[in-house]
Design a protein around this ligand. Structure first.
Ligand code: EPU
Length: 344
């Protein structure tokens, strides 16, 4: 059922979100709007009814677990466009609209000859969603390259420019998960890419993948990242999933030392502040969960950090599996796992 509100907004009701979340779970939106231009956000702001509804903003649905039908207004950000927008002596500035596919954008930058984003190849989702959790992989994260971004502020109805500092990026974290969570939506992101590019091969597995390539180009690094990811991570188009389902927990030096006495193979990485990040995948694997399932919700057999929909799983089933895993990890290691995707 569709109902035109004005020239530029088409509201839909009872819309299935199954194809709009990468877990592929069923959930319906009572009210749904596909946003393809900033003008539509202004129209929404000026609409007496829609502007007062609580919102759920959807990009690629790749960092989301839906456990129920949605009464909120679902805003599906689908505005498109990519362009080089400026340069200085050290950088090229490229901008993408929120609805662009992240990987599509990375490929476009590489095709233009701009390096920088290659370590973040093949991450599912959209450009507009990427800053929310500050996507990261293989020794690189989005925050390293964000220059500025624009948000639509639902309170003032204005477009506001934010700097990288304004975004308060952290490990899988940003201001968009906190103060701006219900207030603003990202409409475009501008990246500062280096003119004088150097490969970032700090991540040992990536360096190993490229051992036989002399002086790798950005595209060669991208190909290596794609090869590693494809070996370990399920393709959401084939097996429903949302990437890492838990954050890698950070513990004190003392806690890590105590764990090492009991578990000499513990995988950990030292942080700048002296704390240690533990590999949650290793902890879950040690608890025997890799490849196991509870009903239609399962743990991927090549990477225990990824929960999968084996076919027809509900969001509730996936959440129940996550809770069981959290209990086991807490019992065995005394470590609290934190769920990474947004759970609705
Ligand atoms: N491990 C196991 N068993 C497993 C999984 C992992 O023993 O089932 C061990 C691995 O052998 C390795 C360590 O745990 O020694 C770490 O595994 P991996 O290198 O695969 O990385 P990760 O810590 O599991 C993180 C990110 C990924 C990112 C990779 C590569 C988080 C929550 N996850 O995974 O990000 O792609 O590093 O940089 O930080 C995502 O956020 O959705 C995501 C996929």
């Amino acid at each position: 059922m569709t109902e035109p509100v004005n020239a530029s907004l088409t509201v839909q009701h009872h819309v299935s979100l199954r194809s709009l979340n990468t877990f592929g779970v069923e959930a319906r939106a009572s009210t749904y709007l596909c946003i393809t231009s900033v003008d539509q956000l202004t129209a929404l702001h000026n609409d007496a009814v829609l502007s007062k509804m609580p919102r759920l903003i959807l990009g690629g649905g790749s960092n989301l677990l839906l456990t129920r039908d949605i009464d909120n207004l679902v805003l599906h950000m689908a505005n498109l466009g990519m362009a080089m927008v400026g340069e200085d002596s050290d950088h090229v500035f490229v901008q993408a609209q929120a609805g662009e596919s992240w990987h599509g954008f990375v490929e476009w930058t590489l095709a233009q000859g701009y390096g920088g984003l290659e370590n973040l190849s093949l991450i599912p989702g959209t450009v507009g969603a990427a800053p929310i959790q500050n996507i990261g992989a293989y020794g690189s994260e989005l925050a390293d390259y964000v220059h500025t971004l624009h948000v639509f502020d639902f309170v003032s109805g204005a477009i506001v420019e934010l700097s990288r500092e304004d975004c308060a990026f952290g490990y899988r974290d940003s201001v968009f998960k906190k103060a701006l969570r219900d207030r603003a939506v990202i409409v475009d992101v501008t990246f500062a890419l280096p003119r004088y590019w150097q490969p970032n091969l700090r991540y040992a597995e990536l360096a190993k993948e490229l051992i036989d390539v002399n002086d790798p180009s950005p595209s060669e690094v991208s190909a290596a990242v794609i090869a590693i990811r494809s070996r370990k991570l399920p393709d959401p188009a084939v097996i429903g999933n949302a990437g890492s389902f838990f954050k890698n927990p950070v513990v004190s030096d003392a806690k890590r030392s105590a764990l090492l006495l009991q578990f000499p193979d513990l995988v950990s990485y030292k942080q700048e502040d002296g704390n240690y990040k533990l590999a949650a995948g290793w902890l879950i694997d040690q608890c025997g969960w890799k490849g196991r399932a509870l009903g239609a919700a399962g743990v991927h057999d090549r990477q225990a950090l990824v929960l999968i929909n084996k076919g027809g799983a509900s969001g509730q089933e996936i959440l129940q599996l996550a809770e069981r895993i959290k209990e086991d990890v807490a019992l065995r290691f005394g470590v609290a796992l934190e769920i990474e995707p947004v759970v609705i």
